[in-house]
Design a protein around this ligand. Structure first.
Ligand code: SF4
Length: 102
């Protein structure tokens, strides 16, 4: 039986490019359209055995690119109503400018 998410690439089995799949194929695999922050949160919950408290306490800030987003929010967002995110973004930009000036 063929698996819709797999293909043969250079003679070896590999995952298909989701950009080349239909929504129906993705839905058939159990993937529904969702905001990226929710997808990240779901991955973090999976990573922590479904324990929300463990996601909150995750210490992998220096090794996991998902870490800033694990609480289902974007701390870098400049959207109105997120002053902490705006401050974080300003601080990050200042650090980037300082690094590039060296
Ligand atoms: S941020 Fe932490 S909980 Fe989320 S995927 Fe990375 S290591 Fe796992």
């Amino acid at each position: 039986m063929s698996e819709p998410h797999l293909e043969t690439h250079h003679g070896e089995q590999s995952g298909r490019d989701p950009r080349e799949m239909t929504v129906a194929e993705l839905n058939g695999l159990g993937h529904d359209k969702m905001p990226l922050l929710k997808a990240i949160r779901a991955k973090c919950l999976d990573c922590c055995g479904g324990q929300q408290s463990e996601v909150r306490r995750c210490v992998s800030a220096k090794t996991c690119s998902l870490w800033p987003y694990r609480m289902n929010s974007n701390p870098f967002s400049e959207r109105e109503g997120n002053p902490a995110g705006a401050a974080a973004l300003i601080a990050w930009r200042e650090r980037q400018q300082a690094d590039s000036a060296q």
